[in-house]
Design a protein around this ligand. Structure first.
Ligand code: 9WN
Length: 441
């Protein structure tokens, strides 16, 4: 009750309106816009990140379809000759602010790299899915600018890179570094990382710790391995052969996004009147994905290709196949999502790791906290399964929690406490997208 109301002896029934999600999210995206792309967050992440840009474009399309197109096109402009889209496109003069930066990668010395400085690793392939959504937001503007026509061949080349250079024996994409999964320190990578022999020769700078608490980020020991793997890959000119990639993990989330993006390419090709076999590829990948199903755990699990072993954990990546149409184990996966391990509806968003797992941690990055991008993917999975009411509830929670946490990077799944950096772009973009798609009446 307010002091005035109390003084007047009146009950205070007036609701204070929550700050407006649309206005606040718009402000975050405007603050983080750098002319042709959006940074994930000022401070902690001063460059352009690959899968962030795709997520950001999905939100931006509601505010400025043209900006959303530019967001994707600036990333596509940093494509390598072999088709890969790099994990990071570096802004000039910011090497002290983020490590490893352009001077670590020195990509100009790697044959076939992009005309701009980039990292050599990749991130999950959500780009074609984003391109289709961006096109659909304003088809007239998209046709007028020739967006699909320019983006399609680059997106095809990106998927070709995955198909020809990055597939394991089952035909699924493998990742060569935890950063490539987008879920850097997930407990699912602990074993394959521990098996990597070697440590980084230089000093390991941690400018990230200026922006987030040490308890919320990967450890120094993990960073040592991350830099060792990145340097090994870089020194082999980012060659994908086994000798240069002592970490090789097939990740269900990466492959689910690839399938969804391959299906988006099928739609884009149809729009452009091009006859292509994307739908067939998506079907083959969907069959192969079933090889990652773990019946006992009730979830898809990553596979360590170096040691030939499944990583038998329940982590959020194993729920992401929900976005794959006609998934064989959709019902079992929904049961896992609702059960004690992720407790949908009884936790804040969806924890990134099994709540009952020994490794679960409420605040350390991908070892338990809830993230907005994975919540967005799961919400799309619920829609794919025809569960619109549940998707709406998740969308509503995302919007409320985004505003309440000042657009935090990740949240404590029990209390909703904000962790990591604030005014994080994909938190804004994806909460906005679901709000406008599912909740605006
Ligand atoms: C390394 C930018 C990126 C996200 C990743 C997230 C985090 C980087 C880091 O930030 O990774 O790529 O420095 O920890 O894990 O998903 O793309 O937002």
């Amino acid at each position: 009750m307010t002091a005035d109301a109390a003084a007047a002896g009146e009950p205070d029934t007036e609701e204070i309106p929550a700050p407006d999600l649309v206005a606040e999210a718009t402000r975050v995206l405007a603050e983080n816009w750098r002319g042709l792309h959006t940074v994930p967050a000022g401070g902690l992440y001063p460059h352009q990140w690959s899968w962030d840009s795709a997520f950001i474009a999905i939100g931006l399309r509601h505010l400025s379809p043209r900006r959303a197109q530019q967001e994707l096109e600036s990333l596509l402009g940093a494509q390598w000759a072999d088709g890969r889209l790099p994990q990071i496109v570096f802004a000039a003069g910011r090497d002290d602010e983020y490590s490893p930066g352009a001077s670590f990668w020195r990509s100009d010395r790697i044959p076939g790299s992009a005309p701009v400085p980039t990292a050599g690793l990749i991130q999950p392939p959500n780009h074609a899915w984003a391109a289709l959504l961006v096109h659909e937001a304003d088809p007239l503007e998209s046709w007028r600018r020739g967006f699909l026509k320019r983006a399609y061949p680059r997106l095809v080349a990106w998927h070709e890179y995955l198909r020809t250079r990055r597939t394991d024996e089952a035909g699924l994409a493998f990742t060569v570094h935890p950063w490539e999964t987008g879920m850097d320190n997930s407990p699912a990578w602990d074993e394959p990382l521990a098996a990597v022999r070697g440590s980084f020769a230089g000093n390991v700078p941690r400018p990230d710790l200026r922006h987030a608490d040490v308890s919320e980020r990967p450890s120094n020991a993990e960073y040592d391995k991350y830099l060792f793997l990145a340097a090994t890959y870089r020194d082999a000119n980012c060659d994908d052969s086994p000798a240069a990639t002592p970490f090789r993990v097939t990740d269900p989330g990466v492959n689910a996004l690839w399938i969804r993006s391959e299906l988006a390419l099928a739609r884009i090709a149809a729009e452009l009147g091009i006859d292509a076999d994307h739908a067939q590829r998506a079907a083959e990948l969907t069959d192969a994905l079933e090889g990652l199903w773990d019946d006992e755990l009730g979830i898809y699990v990553p596979f360590d290709g170096v040691r030939g072993r499944p990583q038998r954990f329940r982590s959020i990546t194993g729920l992401l196949p929900l976005i794959v149409p006609d998934l064989l184990h959709a019902d079992d996966l929904l049961a896992t999502l609702h059960g004690e391990h992720f407790a949908l509806g009884r936790t804040v968003l969806i924890p990134s790791f099994d709540l009952t797992g020994a490794e679960f941690d409420t605040s350390r990055y991908w070892r338990g906290p809830s993230w907005f991008n994975t919540a967005w993917i799961v919400a799309n999975g619920l829609l794919e399964c025809g569960l619109e009411t549940e998707a709406r509830v998740l969308a509503d929670t995302m919007g409320t929690r985004a505003v309440e946490s000042d657009f935090a990077e990740y949240l404590d799944p029990f209390t909703g406490a904000a962790h990591g950096t604030r005014r994080f772009s994909w938190t804004a973009a994806l909460s906005l997208d679901l709000h406008l798609r599912l909740l605006r009446h």
